[in-house]
Structures are given as structure tokens and as C-alpha cells.
Design a protein around this ligand. Sequence first.
Ligand SMILES: [Zn+2]
Length: 209
Amino acid sequence: MSFDRSLARCSFCGRRPPEVRRMVAGPGAAYICEKCLQTCNEILDDPTPFSAKALELASRPPVVIAAPQLQEQDLPSIPYEPVRTIKLELEQKQQGMTLMLYELQFYQKHFELHYLWIRPPFPAGFAFVPRLIFLVKDNTGAEWAGDRGGMMKTRPELVSDPNLVVYQGSARFRPLPSSEAQTLTVRAANPLGQFEGPAPDLWKFEITL
Ligand SMILES: [Zn+2]
């Protein structure tokens, strides 16, 4: 598959080649510039799970690039039925927002956490995509970070209070927990918290497997 490299833009910040010294090409239309690589290095050097830099990177609006179109027959057909589903009824309120974890789904090679995020609507003109980032740890010390999974959907039919918005989302983690894993500790942060208030919201839940 070919892609016109003159259209290159950093997938993390949107800068174009004249604005950066180096641009590293990834697969398809993906690129990263040396400034964003520098930021990634700083994130890797910072032991805190939700460092300010990591939250800043996660909260950037997506860079839209005319990506090469995959033909329908090129897409792998993945069986999308969970092997096992654990129903959850976990709910926590932080700074006027509620995070509800309602399902943990196990697939052949990954697991997914499904949630509802109930919060006041973003102010008009707010440029960022709503999202939560997760950090998961099990009782054996294994850790999974950050995968944000699919897009969040608004679920207007679930709203009972006109001052709130309900977002439905999921986060995907790989690999599966080992057979010794009995509990998962899930921490979640709203990366936009830094723009909306003093500190990012942190939720913490315990799940028994
Ligand atoms: Zn960049």
C-alpha cells in the first residue's frame, strides 16, 4: 500500500516536516516528530502512572490525516464474542462526575472494561474528545496501562438529569491476566481534568475475578 509521504504530519501534534527537524515514519499514514518522541521519552522516565505529560499527550485532539482506505476484504474478521463476561456494579462519584464500571469482558487475547461516565456537559466550543485513561493492576503485580479502546458514545436515552451527559466507552487491555490473578485494581483518570479543574480526577475500583 502506498502513501504520499509529502502529506506527512506528526500523528501526535499535527506538525508538518518544515516545522520539525526529524519525522519518523510509521506504518501507513502514521508519523511521529522528534518533539513528540522527546515527550514520550520523558513519560517513560516518569514512574508516576498519570504524569502531567502523559495526561497532556492523551488529551490532545486527534490529528486527522487522510489515511489510506482499507478495502473491506483486507480487514481481518475477528470473532467479536467474549469468552467470559463478568457483570460489575461499581460506581463512584468524584467532583460531580460518576464513573460506573458495568462489564468486564474476556476475549481470546485481550480483555475489555466497559463503563459509563456521567458528567456535566463540556462547555460549548470545547475542542477535546472526551476520554478516560485507565491503569489496571492485578494481585500478582502485573500492570496494564492506558489503552483507551473505542470511541465514547453519548447515550442521551440514559440521561435523567438535564444537567448531565452520559458517555459510554470501553478500554481494551492485552495480554490476558494470568491464571493466578484473583483481583484487579482499576484506576481511571480524566485527562481533561487539568483543563477543567485543579487536578485530574482519580477513580479507584477493586474487581474480583
Ligand atoms: Zn509531533
